[in-house]
Design a protein around this ligand. Structure first.
Ligand SMILES: [Zn+2]
Length: 300
């Protein structure tokens, strides 16, 4: 170790939630293209029209007249829409600390079976969150892992594992805490390695002794269960609708790729493999590719 190294740290800094209690706050009906060209209108439903950086938004889209293809754009990113019944599409839109605060709009564009395009939009405000900063230092061996080619190799492996995802939600209700341990570093912390800003903490760290059991936070399908250069021994669980949870730096993996897990099933044990300065669980969540804060998904 070099310099003042925090006892617990990991590298996941770069770039949350469908609680049933969210009430319907915004429904917008937008007129589309002329009558002869279906779809005639797009209705976008969201549970609320303000989202804090790091939070996620459950979006339902009804396309009257049907659609061949549909896509959703928000705050400079494109999100996949998943078919959820006749003319109904759904997705989870994620935000993170680099999503610009302020006024945005969810924009849905759809192509009718006849090839006509229609679009709808609903305004959403992103609320700024002040994330703390922390400085990290690593020994030379771990520093070598910070090379861009190592990150690229890992990203390629993860992307391949996540190429096919379950289109509908596999979870039901709030997520479970993945480990019985206190939080040692929250989501969103801006990290500075050797004087350089390296992005933000993409998940929540729990400080726990090596070997502490780690559980699936919700039902899903294991998409990755292997050792990666930065994440160490890692498990990724697909919960459907583009929601993935990650369990990183494990000492051992007990889950297998393709395995169906339930909320609370054992997936591995806490460790310090990969780029970590001590035993901890890094628990992360992706909402259609955006690294969101997983903690709001846990039952209070
Ligand atoms: Zn972490």
């Amino acid at each position: 170790m070099v310099g003042r190294v925090p006892r617990i740290a990991c590298v996941w800094y770069t770039y949350g939630m469908t609680p049933a209690r969210w009430v319907l706050l915004a429904t917008v009906l937008l007129a589309g293209v002329p009558a002869q060209a279906a779809p005639a209108s797009i209705r976008i439903t969201i549970p609320r029209d303000v989202v804090a950086q790091g939070e996620a938004l459950d979006v339902t889209v009804v396309i009257h007249g049907g659609a061949e293809r549909a896509q959703l754009r928000f705050a400079g990113r494109t999100f996949r829409l998943y078919p959820a019944g006749r003319g109904v599409w759904r997705t989870i839109v994620g935000t993170d600390p680099i999503t610009a605060p302020g006024a945005h709009a969810i924009v849905v564009e759809a192509a009718s079976p006849q090839g006509a395009w229609v679009s709808g939009r609903v305004p959403v405000r992103v609320r700024k969150v002040t994330f703390p900063t922390r400085r990290l230092a690593f020994d030379p061996e771990r520093r070598a892992l910070l090379r861009p080619e190592v990150a690229a190799r890992e990203r390629e492996r993860v992307n391949a594992a996540l190429r096919v995802l379950h289109p509908s939600p596999l979870w039901d209700g709030p997520f479970a805490r993945p480990v019985e341990a206190p939080v040692s570093s929250p989501y969103g912390v801006l990290s500075i390695y050797h004087g350089q800003v390296r992005g933000f903490h993409t998940g929540t760290d729990f400080a726990a002794p090596e070997g502490t059991p780690v559980y699936a936070a919700a039902a899903g399908i294991v998409r990755l269960a292997e050792e990666l250069p930065l994440s160490g021994r890692a498990v990724l669980v697909d919960h459907g609708l583009g929601i993935i949870t990650s369990y990183l730096h494990l000492s051992s993996i007990t889950a297998q790729v393709g395995q169906r897990v339930r909320r609370g099933d054992l997936v591995g044990h806490v460790g310090s493999t990969g780029l970590a300065t001590g035993p901890h669980l890094h628990w992360g969540m992706r909402a259609n590719g955006v690294r969101v804060d997983p903690m709001p998904w846990i039952a209070p």
